[in-house]
Design a protein around this ligand. Structure first.
Ligand code: HMG
Length: 420
């Protein structure tokens, strides 16, 4: 019998501060509706240099182990997907191994491909387990990033930061993946990039949206072909994409998920066999259906709208938000997931929500994680943004979290807050 493999549990770490997106709009002289309804944002996570990629990753992994009672001797692989690396050579994963005193027998490495890096890690871990090479061990995949475009840029309201740690195993209580049915699409484009040595990303914003949509189309069609072949979806009654109970998208800003969903529906409408809306205009109209967006996508965006873009972690925040809200109703139902990373790469995959999803998500205490944050003014946010990345403030970490304390002889030294 084929192994069931997928995500057993997850945990989320967020920076300790955030700004209200309407405060940011007012400070920039922009109509707040542009950020709230135009981009779909409510709040935006703000990091200080002490809350770097390692600190967020270690906090998320420690939380996962503690909340879900993970037996650390069973961890055989630790992967960190990030595009906010802190060293050209030493991986974030090795810091996490040391900080959490995880087994020295593990395989550890980082994966990088813009926002797609976390999914690359998830697939490596899943296929390692599915192949039997894991020999009964489990994997932890951490997506940890800080999205930073800079003050007074068009990308500014789409910043954010945080980490999601995923436990991957043969007991997929959250999501059993349809291993091998993934659809992929890659293109060599300069839509968003961060040359070595720069803290802020460079982005061709509107072009990046088009790249996302084009890559989505290729990845979705690739998945759909395999899903049709395996009888997971059909060209009868409703469209194949509508046969997925929910779809979680990569969310650089919430409005993007609406655009993505319209594009996915257009793929089905354009390729449909049999009668359907004939003209491109009619197809566009049906693709934009608010009812379909409300039913399949909207409930996944609660966390994203309050944290902002977290690059590799954004898709997994959408998954977390979805299962937090609807884990019980979705048990045994198939959902779709679309990962996108600039540069670019898209992957569409699917999985079946586990019977214990609601119970596992309750342990993740996501409301508590958000409630412990402090709202800061725009002046304070600007002060934090201007701090040099190598000089963290002397601040005690909150219980159960890690912070970068100092960099000594080019070595990063972290401290851990007391018991959570
Ligand atoms: P912009 O040019 O300032 O905004 O930047 P805009 O003029 O396009 O307006 C945005 C939306 O607000 C539009 O809605 C406006 O109509 C609406 P749309 O037409 O798109 O539906 N709007 C209003 N709504 C209500 N009231 C108003 C109002 N005014 C305007 N008064 C942009 C927007 C997203 C380009 C910018 O923020 C940016 O460059 N962000 C960063 C890039 C990005 O997020 N790209 C997404 C795709 S690429 C990706 O996802 C990969 C990524 O995560 C990185 C990685 O892979 O590592 C970014």
């Amino acid at each position: 019998m084929k192994k069931r493999v997928g995500i057993e549990a997850l945990a989320v770490a967020v920076p300790s501060r955030y700004v209200d997106i309407e405060d940011l709009a007012r400070a920039r002289g922009v109509d707040p509706a542009k950020f709230t309804s135009g981009l779909g944002a409510r709040e935006m996570a703000v990091t200080d240099p002490g809350e770097d990629t390692v600190a967020l990753a270690a906090t998320a992994a420690a939380r996962l182990i503690q909340q879900q009672g993970v037996d650390t001797s069973r961890i055989g692989m630790l992967v960190v997907g990030t595009e906010t690396g802190i060293d050209h050579s030493k991986p974030v994963a090795s810091h996490v191994q040391g900080l959490l005193k995880l087994p020295r027998t593990m395989r550890t490495f980082d994966t990088q491909h813009a926002c797609y890096g976390g999914t690359a890690g998830l697939m490596a871990a899943t296929e390692w387990i599915a192949s039997g090479a894991g020999a009964g061990k489990v994997a932890i995949v951490i997506c940890s990033d800080i999205a930073r475009y800079g003050l007074n840029t068009a990308g500014e309201p789409t910043q954010g930061g945080g980490a999601v740690a995923l436990l991957v195993s043969e007991q997929p209580d959250l999501l059993a993946l349809d291993v091998g049915l993934n659809g992929t699409c890659t293109m060599d484009v300069y839509d968003f990039w961060r040359p070595v040595g720069r803290r802020e990303a460079l982005v061709d914003g509107h072009y990046s949206i088009n790249c996302y949509l084009e890559a989505l189309s290729g990845a979705y069609r690739g998945w759909r072909e395999k899903a049709l072949e395996h009888g997971l979806v059909r060209w009868s009654g409703t469209m194949p994409g509508e046969q997925l109970a929910r779809i979680a998208y990569h969310v650089p800003f919430c409005k993007m998920a609406r655009k993505a969903h319209t594009q996915l529906r257009l793929c089905d409408l354009e390729d449909a066999v049999g009668p359907g809306p004939g003209t491109p205009e009619a197809r566009e109209e049906v693709a934009k259906s608010s009812a379909s967006y409300d039913a399949q996508v909207a409930t996944s965006l609660g966390l994203n709208s309050r944290i902002g873009n977290v690059y590799t972690a954004s898709l997994y925040l959408a998954l977390a938000g979805l299962l937090q809200r609807e884990g019980a109703q979705l048990a045994s139902q198939r959902i779709g997931l679309l990962s996108y990373g600039s540069g670019c790469m898209a992957e569409f995959y699917s999985g079946v929500v586990g019977e214990k999803a609601a119970e596992r998500m309750a342990r993740a205490d996501l409301e508590g994680v958000l409630a412990r944050r402090e709202r800061v003014s725009i002046e304070e946010y600007e002060r934090l943004m201007k701090l040099p990345s190598d000089s963290p403030e002397a601040k005690a970490p909150a219980p159960g979290t890690f912070r970068l304390a100092e960099i000594r002889d080019h070595k990063r030294i972290y401290v851990e807050g007391g018991a959570a």
